[in-house]
Structures are given as structure tokens and as C-alpha cells.
Ligand binder design. Structure first.
Ligand code: PMP
Length: 415
């Protein structure tokens, strides 16, 4: 890999980073692309694209199945990727890394294996009011199916979780805290370690939705002491259709399989089937092999640059962007938490978000408009949609200036 985009002393060399992302080098409607929709999905560096291409050209085969050379190579790369993930999030063992299709599947795995098999009617699951739908709906389904009780930690006008309310909701009935580390709609960073410790103190387990945080902050699952951690490859410069569920080994060991099929068994017989060991017990069927290989390449790329170098750079860029955006007349930022990362959600007086989004696109600026799969957040702030600019470490100040200019132009056309 030729990642030369940093000097640990000097911080991040964003121009060199940008050269690693071929998709950025294009025009949209005659304007240079300004990609500010990283919260929805991130772009892929050449290292990831080349790794996937190489895999299909040289090593492609099914995994864990054949004795032929290609199958062994594919298996080695697949299992090597598991080690890469293990080290990236500092899990104790590679057996604790389950490959899934993404955060959504990882959360559903916990819901339908861990929760469904061990929770009783009346047991409580605690989430926050700023969760993505994928960390709300699985619990609502289980409310209907097994009678668990879903409780919601409120947020304040800045979009911060109200910690005292969380403490009030915690009780011996709380069996699971399922909480985002970084809100995709607001950019709020939650006080995770404190919450995990408090949840453990009442005997609850903790599932962290790391979909947004994984690309913006160092994640150490042992230091956090979370019981489960979920994330998606596509949010961290890696392919779509692949994700991870980390779980503490003792919990995963005790959990029943979530899907049945090939690879998750040791022996199948009509008189009884014996399940495979971890992590294979949870990986039924042919996995997204090239996706997993690509994920390892994406994580290697990020590690080479350094997640803390990235976080520091993005923090400065967010401050720059916030100041510039606030100078736009009639613009209100939704989500002004003291602890924030990578996201600016906003609305502008008298202007519909989708009209704004269309006009920004016509100037080459890609942002997202809508409810961001967090409708309760929109309801709380009394809006049906926001416009969201979400940053990655390949964005630069010129991108922010282009966004501001495009918004000003759109506003003058719409008013
Ligand atoms: N949680 C959060 C906070 C997210 O931002 C997203 C994706 N927008 C998800 C969960 C779901 O991720 P995926 O669609 O990759 O499963």
C-alpha cells in the first residue's frame, strides 16, 4: 500500500489523501464534485478497489470448503481480514468477530439471537431518542413478539443525551442498553464509557451502534468494555454489503445461531445437528468474501493514516464548516452538542430541504436531505427533514467554501 498522506508531526496531507480516491476526481453538471454525503456512505480509496480487483483476478473461490489452492487462498484472505478487524477494534480474540452484511444485520443478530433467547416479557431495552431506525425497529418488533419494554432516553435542544434521565431510567429491569456512539442525524457523540459502566452496574448488557463512529474515532472494545459493537464496511471507506458484529466471547458462546445453513454447522443429521464453533456459528451460507477482503483493505488504509490523525483533522474542518455555515442568513444548525463530530444538519428559513438539495446537486455538491432514518429526531426538532453535510478526511476547506457558495446561490434562487 502506498499511503503517504501523513506525517505524524504535520498532521494530515489532505491533497495526497484526495489523490487516493479516484471518484473525487470528476465533474457533476460541469462543477468539480464536492462529496459531503459521507454519513450515508463513504468513497473507496484505490487500495480498496485494487485489492478487490486483485482478489477476483487471482484468489476468488469459496471459503472453508475446498482443498484446492484458490479456496485456501480465499480462506486465508478471509480469515486474515478477521484478524485485521480484531486488531482495528482491539477485540481480545478473532472468534469475537462475526462478519455480517452491515450494522443493521449486526443489530438484528443481537435482537434475534441474544435478546429473543434470553429475555422475558417486561425486560427492558434502553435506547436513546437519537437512534437510527435500525436501532429502534428491531426492539419494537421484539416488543410485539416477546413483550419486552422499550424505554427511550430523551435528548435536549442541543441534541445531547440527558444523562440524568438515563440514570433515572436505569434499573434492575434494564437488560440491554442499545446506544449509538455518534448520531448520524445530529453528529452528537454520546458519553459511551460512562453509560456502559452505569449499565453494567445494574447488570445490563450494552450494544453499541458504531456505524457512524467507526470512521471518525478510535474504537477499543476492551477499553470500552461494551458487550456488542456493530459497524458497516461502507461507512469506513470499504465495500457495501459487509459489516461486523463484535461480541464478548462468553456471550456469543451462549447465544443460539441466528440463521441456519452451510458453514455454521459441524454435523447435520436428522437426529440432531451440531453447530460450529465461534465465529462460524453465526456465519451461515457463503459470505461476502470479496467484501470482507475489501473491508480489511479499508481498515488497513485508515490504520496507515491513523484514526487519531483523521479525528483531529476532521475536528478542525467541522469547526471551520460550522462557523462558515452559521454566517448564512436564516440557517439553523440542528444538533449543536458540545461533543460533536463530522456532521452538520441544518435547515434554512422558508426553504424546503429537497429543493435545496436539488440545487446543490446541480452545482456539484452532494449532500443528503431527508429524515436520515431518524424520524424521531426530526419529530423532536419539529422538522420533517434536514439538509445534512457529513464530512470525511478527504474533504477540505475548499469543499466547505463550495458548499457555502452553493447554498447562498440556491437561497438567492429560491427566495
Ligand atoms: N446506525 C447509524 C447511526 C447509521 O448511520 C446507519 C447508516 N446510516 C446505520 C445504523 C445502519 O447502517 P447500515 O445501513 O449500513 O446497516
Amino acid at each position: 500500500m502506498t499511503v503517504v498522506a501523513i506525517s505524524k508531526q504535520k498532521g494530515l496531507d489532505v491533497e495526497r489523501v484526495r489523490a487516493d480516491f479516484p471518484v473525487l476526481n470528476q465533474k457533476i453538471s460541469g462543477h468539480p464534485l464536492v462529496y459531503l454525503d459521507n454519513g450515508a456512505s463513504t468513497q473507496k480509496p484505490s487500495h480498496v478497489i485494487d485489492t478487490i480487483k486483485y482478489f477476483y483476478e487471482h484468489d476468488n473461490s469459496n471459503v472453508h470448503r475446498g482443498i484446492h489452492t484458490l479456496s485456501q487462498r480465499a480462506t486465508d484472505r478471509f480469515e486474515g481480514a478477521r484478524k485485521t478487524v480484531q486488531h482495528f477494534i482491539n477485540a481480545e480474540s478473532e472468534a469475537e468477530i462475526i462478519f455480517t452484511s452491515g450494522t443493521t444485520e449486526s443489530i438484528n443478530l443481537v435482537a434475534h439471537s441474544f435478546v429473543r433467547s434470553s429475555f422475558a416479557a417486561g425486560d427492558e431495552v434502553l435506547i436513546s431518542a437519537m437512534e437510527h431506525h435500525s436501532n429502534i425497529v428491531p426492539w419494537q418488533l421484539l416488543e410485539q413478539q416477546i413483550g419486552l419494554k422499550l424505554k427511550v432516553i430523551p435528548i435536549n435542544d442541543k441534541g445531547e443525551l440527558i444523562y440524568e434521565e438515563f440514570e433515572k431510567l436505569l434499573s434492575e429491569k434494564t437488560k440491554l442498553l442499545a446506544i449509538t456512539q455518534l448520531s448520524n442525524a445530529l453528529g452528537t457523540i454520546t458519553p459511551l464509557k460512562k453509560m456502559i459502566d452505569a449499565a453494567h452496574a445494574v447488570g445490563a448488557k450494552v450494544l453499541v451502534d458504531g456505524a457512524q463512529a467507526i470512521a471518525h474515532a478510535e474504537v477499543d472494545v476492551q477499553a470500552l468494555d461494551c458487550d456488542f459493537y456493530a459497524f458497516s464496511g461502507h461507512k469506513i471507506f470499504s465495500p457495501t454489503g459487509v459489516g461486523v458484529l463484535y461480541g464478548k466471547r462468553a456471550l456469543l458462546d451462549a447465544m443460539p445461531p441466528y440463521k441456519g445453513g452451510g458453514d455454521m454447522i459441524k454435523v447435520v443429521s436428522f437426529s440432531g445437528t451440531e453447530f460450529n464453533e465461534l465465529p462460524y456459528k453465526f456465519e451461515a451460507g457463503t459470505p461476502n468474501i470479496a467484501g470482507v477482503v475489501g473491508l480489511a483493505a479499508g481498515l488497513d488504509y485508515v490504520s496507515e493514516i491513523g484514526i487519531n490523525v483523521i479525528a483531529e483533522y476532521e475536528h478542525e474542518l467541522l469547526e471551520y464548516a460550522t462557523e462558515k455555515m452559521l454566517a448564512i442568513e436564516g440557517l439553523r444548525i440542528i444538533g449543536t452538542a458540545a461533543e460533536k463530530a463530522s456532521i452538520i444538519s441544518f435547515e434554512i428559513d422558508g426553504i424546503h430541504a429537497s429543493d435545496l438539495g436539488t440545487l446543490l446537486d446541480s452545482q456539484g455538491v452532494a449532500i443528503r436531505v431527508g429524515h436520515h432514518c431518524a424520524m424521531p429526531v426530526m419529530e423532536f426538532f419539529g422538522v420533517s427533514a434536514t439538509t445534512r453535510a457529513s464530512l470525511a478526511f478527504y474533504n477540505n476547506k475548499a469543499d466547505i467554501d463550495a458548499l457555502v457558495a452553493a447554498v447562498n446561490k440556491a437561497v438567492s434562487m429560491l427566495r
